[in-house]
Write a protein that binds this ligand. Structure first.
Ligand code: GLY
Ligand code: MN
Ligand code: MN
Length: 429
């Protein structure tokens, strides 16, 4: 890992929160993700299971966590399971965690090697009445590939058919959505790295630059600041490409007179930032670009002003749509009669704004959490309205990250230049 050691209290606190939601005399078992093989004798870059990260901070493959708060033997109430370091493997693949190092990361005192688990687990399970197992209940995830958690659940249910089973994911979905101040510190670091990088791009971008050169600048800037890398494939979309929401080809030349939409964010300590900014390639917005940009900024500020405890993301999205219906009339995209005659399932504004406004953000870019229940203090959301105009070959999106407070929210990206004036002034320098 490139990031500086995180505070183990992040994970100690997260485990406390999880355990407080477990039923009596229950054991919870968590697995790491699979290492995915390439076509030959290598593996893809390992990505740890997000729930295991949230609970332990441990990024290493073949790691497990066992939580059994009512274990009669206090030593085994919280156990981290690691692969035993192997001298030959370390010569090829590098250092693997020793017990003290893993304790430093996770705050877990009892650490055993994976080859010892079998001899201990059966007795623990026999003492427990309920077994919590984990699967990924992120609604946005495709679960066609049978990953380790699903194979493990099947195995356990065959071995221990008479236990009562519960879903850890049900608890995690509620808890992971609420970020502790300790987690926010790490997210703010990812955001600050992204801020420095955006300011660097304001000086770098000019007519003739290739989209991939901007991508490379982002990568360079992220890694130089100890980020693990981009939190997702950076979208560097000049001109008409900006209308493709997940454009990642990044292979076109940025032309004089065009806008460029950049959606990128650093991953630091396994937490993500998610920023979008749209700027003029030549440093100066045209009159029309400025008009549409300010309409988008207005929607962004409006959305941020109503993103507070009590409203659900579904209701909030509808309200932002109502405001978009007004704003899009003002900039000549739709007419009063378009709105009057619109179909409730295909509203007039959605020709120019065809995605959601906000998503949960955290360890995953599209993080776990509810869309239907009222939002709560502690959640982190993006606010990212966009305006995409096919007739004018133009796309604009403005995205910041907000931490919900008791009565409103805190803009974690408030330092990142956002107005036409700020952007033009910094591009002029
Ligand atoms: N780049 C993905 C998103 O903003 O949601
Ligand atoms: Mn984004
Ligand atoms: Mn986003």
């Amino acid at each position: 890992m490139k990031y500086l050691p995180l505070n183990p209290s992040i994970f100690i606190k997260n485990r406390e929160r999880f355990v407080s939601h477990m039923s009596k005399n229950a054991i919870a078992i968590f697995n790491s993700n699979d290492e995915l093989p390439t076509n030959a004798d290598q593996v893809h870059k390992f990505k740890q299971n997000s729930d295991l990260i949230w609970l332990t901070g441990v990024e290493q493959e073949d790691t497990m966590l066992v939580l059994f708060p009512d274990n009669p033997d206090p030593k085994f109430r919280e156990v981290l399971v690691l692969t035993r370091p192997n001298e030959v493997k370390e010569k090829w693949d590098g250092h693997r965690l020793r017990k003290l190092e893993a304790e430093g990361i996770s705050g877990i005192k009892t650490i055993i090697w994976l080859d010892m688990l079998e001899g201990l687990l059966q007795a623990w399970v026999h003492l427990a009445d309920t077994i919590y197992l984990n699967t990924n209940e992120n609604d946005r995830r495709s679960n066609y590939v049978e990953v380790r958690d699903y194979r493990y659940a099947r195995l356990m249910r065959e071995r221990f058919p008479l236990h009562h089973y519960e879903r850890s994911a049900k608890i995690l979905k509620v808890l992971r959505a609420i970020k502790t101040p300790l987690e926010i510190e790490v997210m703010q670091k990812a955001i600050d790295i992204t801020d420095v990088t955006f300011r660097r791009l304001l000086k770098f971008i000019k007519p003739g630059v290739m989209e991939y050169e901007i991508d490379a600048e982002i990568y360079h800037s992220f890694l130089s600041q100890r980020a693990t890398g981009p939190a997702y494939g950076s979208i560097i979309a000049s001109g008409d490409r900006a209308r493709t929401l997940h454009y990642v080809d990044n292979n076109q030349v940025c032309k004089d007179g065009e806008l460029i939409l950049m959606d990128f964010g650093a991953e630091y300590g396994n937490y993500c930032a998610d920023l979008s900014r749209t700027i003029p390639v030549n440093g100066k917005f045209s009159k029309r670009q400025k008009e549409v940009y300010n309409a988008c900024l207005h929607l962004h500020l409006y959305a941020a002003s109503i993103l507070k405890p009590g409203i659900s993301i579904i209701d909030y999205t509808k309200k932002v749509g109502d405001e978009a219906s007004l704003v899009f009339q003002k900039i000549g995209l739709i007419s009063k009669s378009d709105v009057k005659n619109e179909d409730a399932d295909n509203r007039a504004f959605s020709k120019y704004l065809y995605h959601g406004i906000s998503h949960h953000l955290g360890i995953d870019v599209h993080d776990l959490g509810t869309r239907t229940a009222p939002i709560k203090a502690g959640m982190v959301f993006t606010v990212e309205p966009g305006i995409y105009i096919e007739e004018e070959q133009m796309g604009i999106r403005i995205e910041n990250n907000f931490w919900i407070t008791k009565n409103g929210n805190k803009d974690l990206m408030k330092n990142i230049p956002i107005t036409v004036e700020e952007i033009e002034a910094l591009m002029k320098k």
